[in-house]
Structures are given as C-alpha cells and as structure tokens.
Ligand binder design. Sequence first.
Ligand code: HEM
Length: 222
Amino acid sequence: MLTRFGNWLDERMGWRAVWEAIFLRKVPKVNWFYTLGSATLFVAVNQAVTGILLTIYYVPTPDHAYDSVQYITTQVAGGWLIRGLHHWGASVMVVLVVLHMLRVIIYGAYKYPREVTWMTGVVLLLVVIGFGFTGYLLPWDQKSYWATTVGTRIAGVVPFLGDWILRIMRGGNDLSAVTLARFFGAHVWVLPATLLLLVGTHLFLVIRNGISEIPKREARKQ
Ligand code: HEM
C-alpha cells in the first residue's frame, strides 16, 4: 500500500532520485570528526524550532522585552526548557561550527574542488556569530544592554567607517528601542534567511562534490 503510494508519488515528483542522491550516496571511509557538520546542522534546527517558539511570547520593545523573557521562563509551560535549549544551543553551535571548521582545515578539505563550500562556510561562520551578537541583546537586561553598548562601540573603531557602522547598528547615537527592533529584525528575519540560503548551497555542494577522503601520508620517495 505504502510502496504503491510511493511509486505513484515518484512518477509525479521524482522524489526517489532526490532521496537516493542525499541519503544513499557513496561516501569514503571517514571518522567521527566528519559528523561535526551534521551536528552543527542539528543544533541549527534546534535553534530554529525553539527560536520560533520563543517569538510567540517575546516582545521586542524596551517596555516589555525583559518582562516577556521572565514570563517565558517562569510562567509559560515548558518555557524554561525552550529558552534553555535556545540559550545553550547558541553556545554549542558556536563551538561545533568552529570544530567543524578546524576539521576542514586540518584535513585540507577546503582545497579543489571544495573552495566554494569553504567560502559559503566562512560566511556561515559570520552569520552564526551575528546570531550570537544580535540574540544577546534581546533579553534587554543590564548584561545584554551593556554588552551591546561595548560591542557596538568596538565596531565603531573601524577606521573611517566606524562612526557610520556604529550608528547603523544602534539606529542612532545611543542604544534605544530602535536598536532593539533592529537587532530583533536581524535575529529573526535577516540572519535566518541568509543561513537558510547558505546552508542550502553548502549542503548542495557537499553532495555535488562528495565528501573528501581522509588525507593519507604518501610513501616517502628515496
Ligand atoms: C551553520 C554552519 C555549518 C553547517 C550547518 C555545516 C554543515 C556541513 C555538513 C553537514 C557537511 C558534511 C559533513 C562534514 O564534513 O562534517 C559540511 C562539509 C563542509 N563544510 Fe560545513 N557547515 C557549516 C559551517 C562551515 C564552516 C564555518 C566552514 C569553513 C569555513 C565549512 C566548510 C565546509 C567544507 C569545506 C566542507 C566539505 C568537507 C569535505 O568534503 O570533507 N562549513 N558542512
């Protein structure tokens, strides 16, 4: 019954070829370090799911941001868990993405023909850092307010463009409701859209080019 439905759908969608290309492709003999990319992907999905759930109660205004986060943590059923998963997931993701990148560097997996996979990876790293930076402000407590004050000031010392970057980030000279709205917009719309596009390209290339082999030591020439 299920097979017949599968065949019916395959005739109309060709889903089997896609499934086989993704899940039944040949891979070289690899080790556990090759799971770091998938582990990052897993945490990214966790961040998306818990992040979407958080937006149900979170309010991105100076008047309500702090209280809404307190409400999520103490009143909403399972809210502490959703927030905890999102909070710790953020740190785990940074650690995993860096370890994944180190694996790629140490094994030389960035070389031909995987340069574009590497380049999309570099931008992904920046996006992950951007998520951390913008998300940190959202609870709108003393720690996040002052951390963002310092963070945006650091961006402000970039030669020539610094002042302009600082004002773009803050939406004015000081941190305000505009900054919070801006960071929220970046955190839930701009960065996720960019991440989706980049991860899509990244994984397409991983499948298209195949996984690199573990480098072997060449026999020394006499
Ligand atoms: C959100 C962040 C990222 C996700 C979800 C992700 C996901 C993945 C996955 C699932 C793979 C295949 C399995 C593996 O090799 O672990 C992979 C491969 C690869 N990734 Fe990433 N990645 C991310 C960030 C990065 C970064 C920061 C870099 C480097 C700057 C990078 C460079 C590469 C390269 C070059 C490959 C091909 C490796 C090979 O063929 O052996 N990725 N990525």
